[in-house]
Design a protein around this ligand. Structure first.
Ligand SMILES: Cc1ncc(C[n+]2csc(CCOP(=O)(O)OP(=O)(O)O)c2C)c(N)n1
Length: 667
């Protein structure tokens, strides 16, 4: 392609971007106009994809990490011939009901792998995608899995802390098929980057084990040469592409004024003149459209050849590959594993911590579900996420299933999102519940994007003991429960732990968090039940005896055993009480109203028990219910002493019930 043809193709992106932002009266023209040359080279000469099959599993992945530049990807997809991204959709950029959202996440537009509004996330997602690619290639061979992951990142992406975690991990794992195109325009919202940053990015990336180069991002041949070089590298590559933000805009190019607001009619007129773009808004000349469409057809032969290779695979290997890529679970094996676990526990009950119960569950589940990939942020022995025999993934052994993420909770959670978005693997990993604060932004995005990632969060209360209040979560359960579409499980014993694991795996479009104890807990579910009782979210564990329940005790996790003891104390005083285990608020909330009402029951007094703050419990116990839990931070002491000190005991729970009953009788 000659330079003139390239320029006209890139200008089509620029024109669509400035016109769409103008029409929407909001958006970010600067990045698409500045990065148009990079995108044109990448999409017309390198990226492997087929608009006729956007979900083709061996396509190259492209992540626009700087999601605010979304008009770049919409314009490109439209020009390439992705049918859903019609000109009508571009005209309705950022409007209610349009697929062209301001910051598109996953799932709205075919062809968009993910773009992240919160800067830095997409970059870390790309690292996870590259990990998944390496892993699946090791398992199924290059004839099935052999693609690159490209990410376009901005200054903001590289300034965010999560980027450091992600690039360090990528360099360490030598993810050679990961290529980062850095839109090196030196401008952010406040103005010149020099206001707040003086990092030498090339040396930074090199120090993290990457190859790095800087080029003129408006020179298509330089971009092409750099990408070709990057593809031949044995390590991940940073291509810093020097660009001018808002390229083409007569007065706003190179300034913050082109970053995040419409250019205005005069500026757009001037840009059209400068770029030699004579078409009216939203119109693309036929020859340019044809050139883009032709580029969109480039990948078709590759895809057809891939189809053939897959069709030629041994039948059982092919079936397994298809199953993994579609995300279906091995139903029979999973059901048998869970049943086997529960039968064993019914025969020989165990008094162990739920984190240990989780390890036992993982031994059975990871054997049955080979797409599960474990990990931990340097707390492997504490999180119990590495079942015996699970090999560690490394640069030399990409087929390993356990990832030592290092002390990088945020990067870990964001990489897990990328792995899930890539498909073919189910990532789970661990840290302490209290450090979910460090991974929260990525957990939130997993929930928003409907991705199946599973966070094992151990040391889930003051029950962790001597490490003290910095390590003791008190508000974290409430904070996680506040995230829509996140399933927060807090199982009370070994059986519930197995059941919650099964539910997390079956939640195709929700991430899960499993809050697990450090301390031992008695097994409360001693009788075998084939059904998954935790699926209801809450259920009656022990009924009232000696008449209608006067008291209902609701608890989760380690406090369910306390509720069971409190019930005995109440029984001794002639007060019938029932115990309801509440392993998952979200599943309970989604149950039908009559089922919910039946579980809540008619006892005049309701008591909630959880070694955490009350927030959220009123939905179950009512605002007039009694709550036994935490009201502030914990302390450093052995767990048993802390439970006594903070009054989270059976005696206190029974007392609270009696006090409430007495109050009622006086009314
Ligand atoms: C985590 C996070 N913090 C803040 C923002 C708001 N924000 C959007 S773009 C941006 C910076 C823009 O600079 P740059 O990344 O260089 O993009 P460019 O100006 O080149 O388009 C900021 C702070 C965000 N999207 N995410």
């Amino acid at each position: 392609m000659g330079r003139a043809a390239h320029d006209r193709m890139a200008n089509a992106i620029r024109a669509l971007a400035m016109d769409a932002v103008e029409q929407a009266k909001s958006g970010h023209p600067g990045l698409p106009m500045g990065a148009a040359d990079i995108a044109t080279v990448l999409f017309t000469r390198f990226l492997k994809f087929d608009p006729a099959d956007p979900r083709w599993s061996d396509r190259d992945r492209f992540v626009l990490s700087a999601g605010h530049g979304s008009m770049l990807i919409y314009a490109v997809l439209h020009l390439l011939g992705y049918e859903t991204v019609s000109i009508e959709q571009i005209k309705r950029f950022r409007q209610l009901g349009a697929i062209t959202a301001g910051h598109p996440e996953y799932g709205h537009v075919p062809g968009i792998e993910t773009t992240t509004g919160p800067l830095g996330q997409g970059l870390a997602n790309a690292v996870g995608m590259a990990i998944a690619e390496r892993h699946l290639a090791a398992e199924f061979g290059a004839e099935a899995v052999d693609h690159h992951t490209f990410v376009l990142a901005s200054d903001g992406d590289l300034m965010e802390g999560v980027s450091q975690e992600a690039i360090a991990l990528a360099g360490h794992l030598r993810l050679a098929k990961l290529i980062m195109l850095f839109d090196d325009n030196g401008i952010s919202i406040d103005g010149a980057l020099s206001l707040s940053d003086s990092v030498d990015q090339l040396r930074r990336f090199e120090a993290c084990g990457w190859s790095a180069t800087r080029i003129d991002g408006h020179d298509p041949e330089a971009v092409a040469a750099a990408i070709a070089w990057a593809k031949s590298n044995d390590r991940p590559t940073l291509i810093a592409c020097r660009t001018t933000i808002g390229f083409g805009a007569p007065t706003k190019a190179g300034t913050k004024d082109s970053h995040g607001s419409p250019l205005g009619a005069d500026e757009i007129k001037g840009a059209r003149e400068r770029l030699g773009w004579t078409s009216p808004p939203f119109e693309v000349p036929a020859d340019i459209r044809d050139a883009w469409r032709a580029a969109g057809q480039r990948g078709r032969p590759d895809r057809l050849a891939w189809d053939k290779r897959i069709a030629g695979m041994a039948a059982d290997k092919r079936a397994e590959f298809d199953r993994r890529i579609t995300g279906n679970l091995p139903e029979a094996a999973l059901a048998a594993a869970v049943r086997g676990l529960k039968e064993k526990l019914a025969a020989v009950p165990k008094e162990i911590a739920t984190r240990v119960a989780s390890e036992h569950a993982l031994e059975a589940l990871t054997a049955a579900v080979p797409e599960m990939m474990g990990g931990s942020a340097d707390l492997t022995g504490s999180n119990n996420t590495r079942p015996k025999g699970m090999a560690a993934l490394s640069a030399a052994l990409p087929g390993g299933r356990f990832i030592h993420y290092g002390i990088r909770e945020h990067g870990m959670a964001a990489a897990m999102n990328g792995m899930a978005l890539h498909g073919g693997v189910i990532p789970y990993s661990g840290t302490f519940l209290v450090f979910s604060d460090y991974s929260r932004p990525a957990i939130r995005l997993a929930a928003l994007m409907g991705q199946r990632v599973i966070h094992v969060l151990t040391h889930d209360s003051i029950g962790l003991g001597e490490d003290g209040p910095t390590h003791q979560p008190v508000e974290h359960l409430a904070a996680l429960r506040a995230i829509p579409n996140l399933l927060v499980f807090r199982p009370c014993d070994t059986v519930e732990t197995a059941e919650c694991w099964e539910l997390a795996l079956r939640a195709r479009t929700s991430p899960s968090a499993l809050a697990l104890t450090r301390q031992n807990l008695p097994q409360l579910r001693t009788a075998f039940t084939p059904d998954n009782r935790c699926a209801a979210g809450a259920y009656e564990l022990v009924p009232a005896e000696g008449g209608h329940a006067q008291v209902a005790l609701f608890a989760s996790g380690s406090e369910v055993a306390i509720a069971v003891e409190a019930r005995k104390l109440l029984a001794a005083r002639g007060i019938p009480a029932r115990v309801v285990s509440v392993p998952c608020f979200e599943l309970f909330e989604s149950a039908p109203a009559d089922a919910r009402a039946a579980v809540i029951g008619a006892a005049p007094v309701r008591v909630g028990i959880e070694a955490a703050i009350r927030q959220g419990w009123d939905a179950i116990i009512g605002s007039d219910g009694a709550f036994v839990g935490m009201t502030g931070f914990g302390a450093s002491a052995p767990a048993k002493d802390l439970y006594r000190h903070f009054g989270i005991t059976a005696e206190r729970a029974a007392e609270a019930a009696v006090t409430a009953l007495t109050k009622l009788s006086k009314r």
